[in-house]
Design a protein around this ligand. Structure first.
Ligand code: SIN
Length: 487
């Protein structure tokens, strides 16, 4: 271990690994992974990478992104995403990455909801994230420290000097000139989610303890088609590209009820489909299924191998059997506020990128498959800013290495209570009464003698709830129920 690194990257998903790839080779960098490197949301991403098919498609990609984002997007951020995306993807392909192609060698693009055309690249069928992650790990030129829980940021007088970690049963500090948060979103605060088990809002909570601004934390995206049964913490995602390629959402009588809510039916934006399914189930008590019978079996196995094998393992014969579905938490649009080079407001030398960041590129509702693209594009910008400023002088300060207990007896049951509270009271369909109830309970929990890691989750949850209370009208993924609503 070095006494000081040039760059410390917290997180080994696409945002962290592509930042690493984009740094100069002579930089001394270290990547921190909370668990195995593959325990990240990138690894489990199915659908793909949305990217403009050609120059003419860029304005339309921008339009679709802004329209899904429901007026909350930063237009500059969207412009960067859609304009810089094709170049970054071209470079990635030139580095040797293989997206799926047809027999003639043309890239295959699929469609997902709210995209006005097919523009989603995929790899290994529905194993896009796994293939990208593996490829980036193979290219990683810096050391990686596994099983490393970041417990604090080392900040003094508005400057970040490194992180405090728990690793191999020890607490110690790691110092760096530049620190990049690429630790993902908040999945584990919700009872049902599609996220890797490492994704638990720790860094968002740490930022709150330092007064660093989070933004748009009410904007939590729920994926409409998730198999939520079973004990697994991470629930089985049924990719949106299934619907893009013709799968239907039906009730137990075989009725495609989504058309009652929006004329685009299965291809309505994600928030509309999730809210409709949730509300229809609550109102009618009927079960809801994904009907995949439009697919021919041989094609299905090849195009969606992960879904095919994971569901076969638990007894489903796809594409013949109907799969019971429910919405589940999937992605946080809200996050640590940053500028368009990932610089965290008010703290020097600290960056944030990927799902942990809030540049407002997704606004109030992320367009499907824009997040892997965000990871690619904005990590490159972070690396560029680091390159331009790394040589600037920085004083060296030593911080103490004390940390209060990370976990205390009783935390586990409170953590489970929090998940259920967030799902039921700050989930897909919200109202002020439910949100206030959730807030009161979270604030009570914060007064209990709890460990630091639970405290961080509670602080992030409190922020989600407070932001949801502050936004009185529905917008994008944030839905506040009002009397007479269709949903
Ligand atoms: C999916 O495959 O449905 C997920 C794509 C995404 O979340 O962008």
């Amino acid at each position: 271990m070095k006494s000081i690194y040039d760059v410390l990257i917290i997180g080994a998903g696409i945002a962290g690994l592509h930042t690493a790839l984009s740094l100069d080779d002579d930089v001394e960098a270290l990547v921190l992974a909370k668990d195995y490197a593959w325990e990240c949301n990138t690894f489990y991403a199915q659908g793909g990478v949305a990217v403009a098919v050609d120059d003419e498609d860029i304005p339309s990609h921008i339009k679709d992104t802004l329209s899904a984002g429901a007026g909350l997007c930063d237009e500059g951020a969207v412009d960067i995403l859609c304009h810089e995306g094709p170049t970054v993807i071209k470079e990635f392909i030139e580095q040797g990455f293989g997206f799926d192609k047809d027999r003639a060698g043309n890239l295959l693009y699929t469609k997902e909801a709210a995209h006005s055309r097919n523009r989603i690249l995929h790899a290994g069928g529905d194993a896009t994230g796994r293939h990208i992650h593996r490829f980036l790990m193979d290219l990683l030129k810096f050391p990686i420290l596994y099983n490393t829980q970041v417990t604090d940021l080392l900040i003094e007088d508005g400057e970040c000097y490194g992180v405090r970690v728990f690793h191999n049963s020890k607490i110690f500090n790691i110092y760096a000139k530049k620190i990049v948060i690429a630790s993902g979103g908040v999945g584990s605060v919700y009872e049902y989610h599609t996220n890797a088990r490492t994704i638990s809002s720790d860094m968002q909570g740490i930022c709150l303890t330092h007064g660093i601004a989070l933004r748009d934390m009410e904007m939590m995206q729920f994926h409409p088609t998730v198999f939520v049964q079973g004990d697994a913490v991470r629930k089985q995602l049924l990719s949106e590209s299934l619907r893009g390629e013709g799968a239907k959402v039906v009730d137990e009588d075989g009725r495609r009820f989504l058309f009652d809510y929006d004329k685009r039916g299965e291809l309505s934006p994600r928030n509309i489909v999730s809210q409709a399914i949730f509300s229809y189930q609550a109102k009618t008590g009927k079960k809801v299924f994904l009907d995949l019978t439009n697919f021919e079996e041989g094609f299905f196995m090849k195009r969606f191998p992960s879904i095919y094998f994971n569901m076969s393992d638990i007894g489903y014969d796809l594409p013949i059997d109907l799969v019971p579905i429910s919405p589940a938490f999937h992605y946080a649009m809200g996050g640590i506020k940053s500028d368009l080079f990932g610089r965290v407001e008010g703290v020097g030398s600290l960056y944030v990128v990927g799902e942990a960041a809030n540049t407002r590129v997704h606004g109030a509702n992320r367009l499907a498959s824009n997040s892997l693209l965000e990871g690619f594009v904005f990590s490159k910008r972070v690396a560029l800013d680091i390159k331009l400023t790394l040589k600037e002088g920085k004083k060296e300060i030593k911080f103490d290495e004390n940390e209060p207990s990370l976990i205390k007896r009783g935390d586990k049951s409170l953590k489970n209570e929090l998940r259920s509270l967030m799902w039921n009271y700050a989930g897909i369909i919200r109202n002020e009464k439910k949100l206030k109830k959730a807030l009161n309970r979270v604030e009570d929990m914060l007064k209990l003698p709890i460990g630091k890691l639970l405290r961080l989750r509670l602080l992030s949850s409190q922020e989600i709830i407070k932001s949801a209370i502050d936004r009185k009208e529905s917008l994008g993924a944030h839905y506040i129920e009002k009397k007479g609503d269709k949903i």
